[in-house]
Design a protein around this ligand. Structure first.
Ligand SMILES: [Ca+2]
Length: 196
């Protein structure tokens, strides 16, 4: 009987080793707008969610947990201020939490890079682990010229562009994209570990 228990214990040990050897795979890239595929976690926001214009002095923020692990990965911040009906200032920024990062323009790390559909998002592009501008607009009204906008960034006149993002999870780099139309959140996707 003792030998049987020893044998069963051995089998249990082998099985547990097999389980530990389950090897998770990680995709080395995702393409902007990609929604399907093994190792892709896609979320469609239904209905699209507008980060409301706060006519007071505060910001409107929204935290995003792209890979659904209970840990917020990024924060969107929308700022809007209007004064005397002749000026308004508005901005949308994204902040990367922890070691996460946002794809930026190499020459200007404060601006998010406007990725086009199917662009590759991988370790090879430029990343910044800080707060990045999606757009900033300052509008002034004058009798002679009407409204004049000074725009920085690309999402104020969004035409199918994507934010590239990276999440560090268990020392692995996950890649994702976020689709926003000005201050409206539409959809996002991220690579997640998967078993072969
Ligand atoms: Ca997360």
């Amino acid at each position: 009987m003792k030998k049987l228990f020893t044998f069963l214990a051995f089998i249990t040990f082998i099985l547990s080793c097999d389980k530990k050897d389950d090897k998770y795979e990680y995709l080395p890239f995702i393409t902007a707008g990609q929604v399907d595929g093994t190792g892709i976690n896609y979320t469609d926001i239904v209905p699209d969610e507008e980060l409301i214009k706060n006519y007071g002095y505060g910001d409107t923020t929204k935290n995003l947990d792209l890979n659904n692990d209970g840990i917020d990965d990024f924060q969107l911040t929308h700022y809007f201020f209007a004064s005397m009906q002749s000026q308004h200032d508005e901005s949308l920024k994204i902040t990367a939490f922890g070691m996460n990062s946002v794809c930026t323009i190499l020459s200007e790390n404060k601006l998010a890079y406007p990725l086009k559909y199917m662009d590759t998002i991988s370790a090879d592009i430029n990343w910044a682990d800080s707060t990045v501008i999606l757009y900033s607009v300052s509008s002034h009204w004058s009798m002679s010229t009407g409204w004049n906008d000074i725009v920085t960034g690309y999402w104020y006149d969004n035409d199918s562009i994507y934010i590239g993002v990276s999440i560090i999870k268990d020392n692995k780099q996950l890649f994702g994209w976020i689709d926003m139309k000005r201050n409206i959140l539409c959809q996002y996707a991220v690579t997640v570990p998967y078993l072969e």
